[in-house]
Design a protein around this ligand. Structure first.
Ligand code: BTN
Length: 247
């Protein structure tokens, strides 16, 4: 049951990037909404055009949704919703798991990265890209934070890791996403509140300047009504970030 939207997941082996192949599928009139789940990616991409390491064993998925399906309340905070539904999916598989979010698009456990999301559009469709470390924690290649896996979290929580796989995770993300999108009562304020509550505010953050890590240490304070993040600087002053990515 996916809140009225039947599960429609296309599973493939290696692709270039699920973002690019999903766009080709839309052009070929594939029935939407759909999810494309790949075993690995040769050219996976992350935010800011960075490469996203995509070895076998993890979840590489793009969910394609017609823009018209997404309510006006949800659209401005869709990148935050992407993180929320990934977190909800992991916590459904591993009850009690200590999964948090790092603004704007990272899924975190104990300060380590579990995955990230990337939202793109082509004017008529939204492409919600999700990469989650299920079995493999790729080495840190830039100044980013270390990674962990959902299998590590499961084992620590006493859940057998073999019961957690990318297909099952994708199905749960699908269900949580469409439950949110189809909820006529949901407000932007509520979605922002949920993301704010799910953030790990104990993290020390740094601005991402290309591949460089900004020297200034920042801590997350709160989200404003549009989901922009106010951070506190070492001198106690605050600044609101709108389009930054953070280490
Ligand atoms: C980030 O930089 O944290 C976002 C990473 C998003 C990676 C996913 S993996 C599936 C989809 N295909 C891609 O090429 N990227 C996204």
């Amino acid at each position: 049951m996916s809140e009225g939207i039947p599960l429609n997941i296309h599973c493939v082996e290696e692709v270039s990037s699920t973002m690019d192949v999903a766009r080709e599928m839309v052009a070929a009139s594939t029935r939407v909404p759909f999810a494309l789940l790949a075993g690995s990616q040769a050219k996976g991409r992350g935010t800011g055009g960075r490469a996203w390491a995509s070895p076998r064993g993890n979840m590489y998925c793009t969910i394609c949704v017609p823009e018209a399906m997404v309510p006006a309340e949800v659209m401005p905070v869709l990148p935050l919703v992407a993180g929320l539904v990934c977190r909800a999916a992991i916590m459904e598989l591993i009850p009690g798991a200590d999964v948090h979010l790092k603004w704007p698009n990272d899924i975190i456990h104990n300060g380590m990265k579990i995955g990230g999301t990337l939202v793109e559009n082509d004017g008529t469709h939204l492409f919600i890209g999700i990469g989650m470390n299920v079995a493999v924690a790729p080495p840190v290649t830039d100044a980013g934070r270390p990674a962990t896996t959902i299998h590590n979290i499961a084992e620590a929580a006493g859940v057998k890791s073999e019961t957690v796989n990318p297909r099952q995770l994708a199905a749960l993300v699908w269900r949580h996403l469409f439950t949110t999108v189809n909820d006529n009562t949901i407000t932007r304020a509520e979605l922002v509140r949920r993301f704010d509550a799910a953030m790990d505010k104990s993290l020390t953050l740094h601005r991402r300047n290309g591949a460089e890590r900004g020297e200034e240490t920042l801590t997350a304070v709160r989200l404003n009504e549009w989901g922009h993040l106010t951070v506190r600087k070492p001198d106690g002053s605050e600044e609101t970030l709108m389009a930054d990515y953070l280490f």
